[in-house]
Design a protein around this ligand. Structure first.
Ligand code: ADP
Ligand code: 5GP
Length: 213
């Protein structure tokens, strides 16, 4: 048995607030973190790799995985389906590895309410301002202005769920936010629920204590 249980780390934010940038930085800090590769029915953006950024699937394939119970959570976002395949997550956390999810508030809610809810760490990122959020989306250079406008319209919907998360960080300075994320993760890994060996250790202490009486 691994000496700790893996965590399900959920990062949510309005699009452009910095989830993927910070997720990459966290993995550079700790390479054992596994990224959950979501399935989606949207078309790939230039440069996106099937199986690495997303599993790009048809509507029919997505629906059949959902009906077979193969998704830990799923949601309809920006007119497309997105979901987190269950099997790789279970395998990783059983092996004591943390899994990081870049998912929206609907997915976060479903995971929190699932059997794995007690092993979840959820973090919401807020932008310093709405103007800065738009600037970041434009600076990323991935989307047309139509898509950026659509993402901006959806951003309040996402932000309005900020209070369902364990931690909320304003991602102003990137280095400072990364450092806070490391602190949160380091502490959460020590949560009682993440240490399967604690009970037997306490029992051993109890026996030693009784032998001394
Ligand atoms: P998300 O994954 O939440 O949609 P990204 O990580 O793609 O957002 O970030 C959007 C853009 O903003 C990227 O170009 C990224 O480099 C930039 N960015 C992220 N965090 C910061 C920050 N704290 N300060 C300035 N720019 C940032
Ligand atoms: P994008 O199309 O920009 O990659 O993602 C759009 C939104 O869908 C983001 O808010 C992202 O967090 C969310 N998303 C990506 N994958 C999943 C998933 O598997 N489940 C859920 N619920 N949301 C996801």
């Amino acid at each position: 048995m691994p000496d700790r249980r893996g965590l399900l780390i959920i990062l949510s934010s309005p699009s452009g607030a910095g989830k993927s940038t910070l997720a990459k930085r966290l993995r550079q800090w700790d390479e054992s973190i596994v990224f959950s590769v979501s399935a989606t029915t949207r078309t790939p953006r230039p440069g996106e790799v099937d199986g690495a950024d997303y599993h790009f699937v048809s509507d029919a394939a997505f629906k059949s995985t959902v009906s077979e119970g193969g998704m830990l959570e799923h949601a309809h976002v920006f007119g497309n389906f997105y979901g987190s395949p269950k099997a790789p997550v279970q395998a990783a956390i059983d092996a004591g590895r943390d899994v990081l999810f870049d998912i929206d508030w609907q997915g976060a809610q479903q995971i929190r309410n699932s059997d794995l809810g007690q092993h979840t760490l959820s973090i919401f990122l807020l932008p310093p301002s709405i103007i800065e959020l738009r600037r970041r989306l434009e600076a990323r250079g991935q989307d047309s202005s139509d898509v950026i406008t659509k993402r901006m319209q959806k951003s309040w919907d996402e932000i309005s769920h900020w209070d369902g998360y364990d931690f909320v960080l304003v991602n102003d300075d990137l280095d400072a936010t990364e450092s806070k994320l490391r602190t949160i993760l380091t502490a959460t890994r020590l949560r009682r629920s993440q240490q399967p060996d604690l009970l037997s250790h306490v029992r051993a202490l109890q026996m030693q204590f009784e032998e001394m009486q």
